[in-house]
Design a protein around this ligand. Sequence first.
Ligand code: GLN
Length: 548
Amino acid sequence: MTRYVFVTGGVVSSLGKGITAASLGAILRARGLRVAMLKLDPYLNIDPGTMSPHQHGEVFVTDDGAETDLDLGHYERFVDIACSQASNATSGSVYAQVLANERRGDYLGATVQVIPHVTNEIKRRVLLVGAAEPSPDVVIVEVGGTVGDIESLPFLEAVRQMKAEVGRRNVAYVHCTLVPYLECSGEFKSKPTQHSVNELRSVGIQPDVIVARSSQPVDQDTLEKISAFGDVPERGVISLPNAPRSIYQVPLMLEAAGLGDFISDHLGLAVGTPDLRPWRRLQTAMEGEKPTVRVGLVGKYISTPDAYLSVVEALHHAGVGAGVEIDLRWVDSEAVEAHGAETELSGLDGILVPGGFGDRGIEGKISASTYARHQPLPYLGLCLGMQVAVIGLAREVLEDARANSTEFDKETPHPVIDLMADQRDVREMGGTMRLGAYPCDLRSGSVAQEAYGSLHISERHRHRYEFSNAYRERLEAAGLVLSGLSPDGHLVEVIEMRDHPFFVASQFHPEFTSRPHRPHPLFFAFMRAVKRQAGLVTGEVGNLALSA
Ligand code: GLN
């Protein structure tokens, strides 16, 4: 019998509900349970694929090509699972399905309403995750937004009904709230939590667990008070202060606070002692003084760090694996355009250009990759970061500064990056890119192949443009190595520069599959090169050693 845990949020947003849900998944997984995750998002977009990263942070991509909420990245990294299309449902996608059913005549004779039609569709999505093969022991469902929002009401109603659907003993309701600490009077305030629990009860949900988020550990008196008014046993009130060092401490913090045992008991799950050794090893690897390396991340959303969440996490994983602290410098690509690469990038030990769309700041990214190639400095390019590296090289080789991607200049005489053939007739913007995991063959003896230790890989994509094959030979003659190709040889997936300490760029997004215990091979190889560049060679934990 699959159990369901529903995680809601109260008082304010940005409480770390996603990290809490993911960390709960991690400690349940450590008990040998099969855990599946689902994020319910209240907004009306079908998926976040068309939203600006300024609005919504990064768009996370799954193996099966879904463009999803960034919380799915936390789920994958913490629980070490692969999410899918089924792991994210937005109000927009739920309504789209209900309306399609209505047009098809599925509800003939009925007035189509939020209850039951929309709520039934939400429950269907939740149960679909539970019905996956092999059958999960626990499905953790995070309800986006904050209790009290107009938009989340249908989700809360469906979640409330779930206890009748699968039995009260098979569901747990976890409510995350803010418990502010007032510096001036030196006390915690439980009133906002009280209001929030009342709000949750007003839609018929009695929490089983209250996670009290706060800047520091909440005192016993306040926890007892929350237990009393929340009607939750004291063991069910969990104090979760901000993690001192890293979000990857949260699983051990929740475990120490007793959440794993409480939920397992509540759901009647027969579990063994949790094996938290990988998390402890990670904790040890993160502790202590480490030498610092300076990495520049050149992008246009630098005021919204969440826009590059998986990239930053993947760097962090590689830094822990390589035994270095990363001083991450956010470099605005428009500043590189305005002041030149030397001014903005000197003093760095490595440069990373992540994915992106549109022409703002593009010349700055091209110069950043060219600067890294000339210095030479370790360079890692991700998707757009590969395309700008090709453009920069092509401008030199072809001796024509107009070489470009047709995404940025439709009239360029040298379209070295061009729209993919199957994208030419695409008119709709939502969900129409080349999305999800595709296989790639690596060239034997290349830097990429050595990093992966494998000749055949599979990585996730999200792009419309590609390397133009007409320019392969000319660029190869200038030192470019096409080190990764699609199995049919038509698509360039990875490039690198011969005779360079580390200049590797991929058309895919390796950042999505990096794990705290298992840094991604390309990020790890980049970090080792960065470390060499910084004059450091010792103290490495090693790539797979963390999970061993
Ligand atoms: N804009 C580029 C394309 O569509 C790169 C996309 C990306 O970096 N994700 O191909």
